[in-house]
Every structure is written in structure tokens, then in C-alpha cells.
Design a protein around this ligand. Structure first.
Ligand SMILES: NC(=O)c1ccc[n+]([C@@H]2O[C@H](COP(=O)([O-])OP(=O)(O)OC[C@H]3O[C@@H](n4cnc5c(N)ncnc54)[C@H](OP(=O)(O)O)[C@@H]3O)[C@@H](O)[C@H]2O)c1
Length: 506
């Protein structure tokens, strides 16, 4: 890990490069105790008091930050309950295409009536202020954001934990407490440490990422699921449009197939046996160079698939199929490509104890020669394909060509999920098409984030809010893959993602 923080981060940190050790339990329990004491004080003052405080309770539950006029006309000293701060949502990678779109959708969704208790302040995390400013110029980030208040400098891949924690915590101020980190700063391929999630667990912050690297998602879950559960932290890994919403489509289709009640006498007939994921994105879907370099990295990654309940590794960009993506797109060729939805759905879905026996995922793009280029790139030695720097530079070098091609082919994103029973007599097909991948991935990531926020939204420290929070809690504490989310959370997220679709058959 590099140690240039005192030069670049402006927080006056020491330049020690050693990884800080920490005791999650100790720090968090101190923090929790402090919260409990604060909560007790607040409740005492509320129950001891008069009409003025009733007004304050109303202000609290309305999520109103101005606190109202707390005049004391009783002769006693009025308790002045602290107005709970708004929640800061830090979108790391927010200057990028996926992150920027997430920022815009978070802003949009949080302001809607159905989410009217979400009082959020969005900030962007990234390595350089320059890309933040460029993102504003390109319309990736809202113009009204300003670097002074809304940008947090951090490098999750190079800085040590202490430096990253200091940066994340600096996004809290007197009015806003950091409550959620959304991690979109890929590529995730080849990364092995869930650094940002670790910091979130340590500081009681909810977490969502768009990680498309299965091993990293597994590590996140293995290391932190129990801690998150115990500490009341909600984290969803591998969210986004795909992986992410695609896993929700699979969950829905499996449920639909298994709920069909014909042939009840044959208990195997409705059991889900096969999930086929197929994806098509025209060009890069108007997305960033990182998506291109992530695809290059994926071409060097053996494809994880399930065959007869056995995990197998297959050669990427093989086993071509022709898939119909509906009226607007029609038939496209797709090839095997690694996708964390495969193992997560294979293991989590289905009524059988052994999950879904056969699962695989394929991808194709336009223009057609792009697909052959991908096929040819496999011949490049893995050491080069897996060299993040070379591939990112290559993607940046190719960006002008990519942009021209994107303009020619459009940026449609289509996802089709087919779930079949064992004898292939029944298939449930789910299809979602948006005309822009960048829009769709931001909308989807924001939908997951909003669901986590709603699940943990607490605009006031009173019993009504406790009750309301319980009702809203569609995602329990823990680290979850999208495939594992409870039905209500799944339906809520799918409902949000319906927006702007050309085709929506779920
Ligand atoms: N799950 C899904 O549905 C889905 C779909 C599409 C893409 N993705 C993934 O999303 C990721 C982002 O794609 P993109 O197209 O948005 O890429 P992008 O436009 O290149 O943006 C990446 C952003 O991350 C920031 N960043 C990179 N490394 C960082 C680091 N070490 N620390 C802090 N910030 C860092 C960069 O800002 P600075 O230069 O300022 O640091 C940049 O703004 C990719 O990994 C891709 O695979 C997921």
C-alpha cells in the first residue's frame, strides 16, 4: 500500500503505510453504548415534557431538520431534543459512469413521495478532485455539487485502512452522519480484500457495492456476515443491474415456476433445474472505460458454472448461443462469461436442498465484430489480460473509438433469464430491456441503496419510529447477495427498476 496521504488527501494524516489493526467489537460497542445513552437521554426528555416537545416529536418524525420553534412557556427548562442528522450517502467512484448515474438516481429517488422520510446528503468519493470536476462538466454529476462540500478524497486500493477510515468519517458533519457507503469504484477483478466493507463494519455504516468479482463478494460475506448481523449493519454485495437485478429476476422466475400448482402429483415437475442468464449490451452501454477493462479482465477469468449440481470452470467466450431479447432487439449471439449471479443463485435459490443444479451466464455485444475481437483477445497471455494497469490504459486508449462505436450502435442493455424444470417442459422467461446501460445500472444501484436506507431509516428516536422501522425493514442485518434478499425487498427493487424500460416482463 502506498503512503502518500499527507500529500494527497489533505486531512493531515501520518504517512504510515502499515495496515492498522482494529477491534471491531470494541470500537463498535463503545459507539453503540454512546448511541444508547444518547437515545435514553432523548427519550427521558421527551417523556418528561409538554406540548412544545410534542411539536418536536412531530418535527422529528417528519424528518424536518429545522427543529421548529421550541419556546418555553411552562416555566420549566425545556428539553431540547437533538434533531437527528440527515444521513450522508458516500458514493465511492461517484465521478465514474456507474457511480455518477447512481448519484443522480439517488438524488431523484430519495426526493420522491414514496421515500419521503429519506433525508439524505450525497457525497462523492474518488482519488482526484479533477475527475470530480470533469464528471460535473460531462453531466455525469449534478452541476450543483461542489468539491468543497461534496467531494471526499480517498483511494480504496492504495491507502491503508486508517487513511480510508479517516476519509470516510470526514464525510460526516454537524448536520449529516455517514450512514451508507455505495462502492462503485471498480474494476473489482483481481481484488481480494473488501477494504471499504471492513471500514463500514468497524464504524457501523451500511454498505452496498456493484462488485462483479465473485471471489471478492464471497470474501465479503465470509468475513463480515456474522459481524454485520450482530451489529445491525445491512450490506448488499454484487448489486447493480447485472450482477444485481438479474439475480432478482432469477429469484422471481424460480418462485413463479415452483409456485405453479399443476402436476402436483409429480413433485419434481415444477422444481427449478436450470437457470440461463443471457445479457446483451450495445457497445459499452454508454459506460466508462472501466467496464471495458473489466470485460477484458473477465476474458481472462475461467467461467464458473453449475452442471448437475457440480461447480465447473469453463473456458470464457465459448458455447455460443442465439438468444431472442424481445421485439426491440431480437436475436443476438451470446458467449459464456463469468458472472457472480451464477454461483449466488445456484446456491441460494430453489426449494431443493441442493440449490439449482444447472446455471450459466452468457454475454454478447454490438457491433458483431466487437464479439470476435473479445474472442481473439483470449489469445493474449493471461498475465497481460490480468494486468489491471495495462488493460485500463488500453481501455482509455480505445475510448475515442469506443465512443464513436457507441454512438453508432446505441447503448441498449437487455437481460433475459430463463428458468426451466428438469424435463424442460416448463420455462419461465424474464426479460428487462433499458435503452441505456449507464442509466439502468445507476437506477438499479440506487434502488438497492434506497432499500437499504429505508430498511434502516430512523428519523427520530421514539417508539413509533422503532415500530415503523421494523415495518420498513425489508432487508435484515447481515451481508447479502441480491439472490438472497427477502421477497418484499426484491419486489420493491424490481418496481423501481421498471422505470424507463423498453421491455419489462418479470
Ligand atoms: N453490477 C453492475 O450492474 C455493474 C454494471 C456495470 C459496471 N459495473 C462495475 O462498475 C465499476 C465502475 O464502472 P464505471 O464504468 O463507472 O467506471 P469508471 O467510469 O472508470 O469509474 C470508476 C470511478 O472509480 C473511481 N476509482 C477508481 N479506482 C479508485 C480507487 N482505487 N479509489 C477510489 N476511487 C477510485 C474513479 O475516480 P477517480 O479517478 O477520481 O479515482 C472513477 O471515477 C466497474 O468495476 C464495473 O465492472 C457493475
Amino acid at each position: 500500500m502506498s503512503c502518500v496521504v499527507s500529500v494527497v488527501n489533505g486531512f493531515g494524516l501520518s504517512s504510515s503505510s502499515s495496515s492498522s489493526s482494529f477491534s471491531t467489537t470494541t470500537t463498535t460497542s463503545i459507539r453503540r453504548k454512546r448511541i444508547q445513552v444518547q437515545k435514553r437521554t432523548l427519550l427521558t426528555s421527551l417523556t418528561n415534557n409538554d406540548e412544545d416537545n410534542v411539536f418536536s416529536i412531530t418535527a422529528l418524525s417528519a424528518g424536518n431538520n429545522d427543529g421548529g420553534d421550541n419556546n418555553d412557556n411552562t416555566g420549566t427548562t425545556p428539553a431540547t431534543p437533538t434533531i437527528p442528522p440527515a444521513t450522508t450517502v458516500l458514493v465511492v467512484g461517484g465521478s465514474g459512469r456507474v457511480g455518477g448515474s447512481t448519484v443522480r438516481w439517488l438524488q431523484e429517488l430519495a426526493g420522491r413521495t414514496e421515500n419521503n422520510k429519506l433525508n439524505i446528503k450525497i457525497k462523492v468519493g474518488g482519488r482526484t478532485k479533477k475527475s470530480f470536476e470533469q464528471a460535473k462538466k460531462r453531466g455525469v454529476l449534478p452541476l450543483e455539487m461542489n468539491a468543497e462540500d461534496d467531494f471526499i478524497q480517498l483511494d480504496w486500493a492504495e491507502w491503508n485502512e486508517e487513511q480510508i477510515e479517516t476519509a470516510i468519517l470526514s464525510s460526516s458533519d454537524s448536520n449529516n452522519n455517514i450512514g451508507l457507503v455505495v462502492h462503485t469504484a471498480g474494476p473489482f477483478q483481481g481484488r481480494t480484500d473488501p477494504t471499504l466493507l471492513r471500514c463500514c463494519i468497524k464504524h457501523n455504516i451500511h454498505y452496498v457495492d456493484v462488485c462483479d468479482e465473485y471471489e471478492l463478494a464471497v470474501t465479503s460475506k465470509e468475513l463480515f456476515h456474522d459481524d454485520a448481523k450482530q451489529l445491525g449493519i445491512t450490506a448488499v454485495v454484487s448489486s447493480g443491474i447485472w450482477p444485481g437485478v438479474s439475480a432478482l429476476m432469477a429469484a422471481n422466475a424460480v418462485e413463479k415456476l415452483e409456485e405453479q400448482d399443476e402436476n402436483k402429483n409429480n413433485e419434481n415437475s415444477n422444481k427449478a433445474d436450470t437457470i440461463d442468464f443471457s445479457f446483451f449490451t450495445a457497445g459499452t452501454g454508454n459506460a466508462g472505460p472501466t467496464i471495458v477493462s473489466a470485460t477484458f479482465l473477465l476474458l481472462a477469468t475461467p467461467v464458473l458454472a453449475y452442471r448437475n449440481s457440480k461447480k465447473v470452470e469453463l473456458e470464457p467466450w465459448t458455447e455460443k448461443r442465439m438468444i431472442n431479447f424481445g421485439k426491440s432487439i431480437q436475436e443476438k449471439s451470446v458467449w459464456l462469461l463469468d458472472n457472480p449471479d451464477v454461483p449466488t443463485t445456484a446456491v441460494s435459490l430453489g426449494s431443493g436442498s441442493s440449490g439449482i443444479p444447472n446455471v450459466s451466464s452468457r454475454f454478447g455485444t454490438d457491433p458483431l465484430p466487437w464479439n470476435y475481437l473479445f474472442g481473439a483477445m483470449k489469445a493474449i497471455p493471461r498475465s497481460i489480460l490480468y494486468n489491471r494497469e495495462i488493460m485500463q490504459n488500453f481501455a482509455l486508449f480505445s475510448e475515442p473509438i469506443i465512443r464513436v462505436v457507441d454512438q453508432m450502435v446505441g447503448s441498449t442493455n437487455a437481460m433475459r433469464v430463463d428458468v426451466s424444470n428438469k424435463d424442460n417442459t416448463k420455462t419461465i422467461t424474464s426479460l428487462i430491456v433499458h435503452n441505456d446501460l449507464e442509466m439502468a445500472v445507476g437506477l438499479a444501484t440506487a434502488a438497492f441503496a434506497i432499500e437499504v436506507l429505508k430498511s434502516n431509516n430512523k428519523n427520530g428516536d421514539n417508539d413509533d419510529d422503532d415500530e415503523q422501522q421494523e415495518q420498513q425493514q425489508t432487508i435484515p442485518s447481515g451481508v447479502w447477495y441480491p439472490a438472497e434478499l427477502p421477497k418484499q425487498a426484491r419486489l420493491n427493487i424490481l418496481e423501481v427498476v421498471k422505470e424507463g424500460t423498453i421491455t419489462y416482463e418479470v
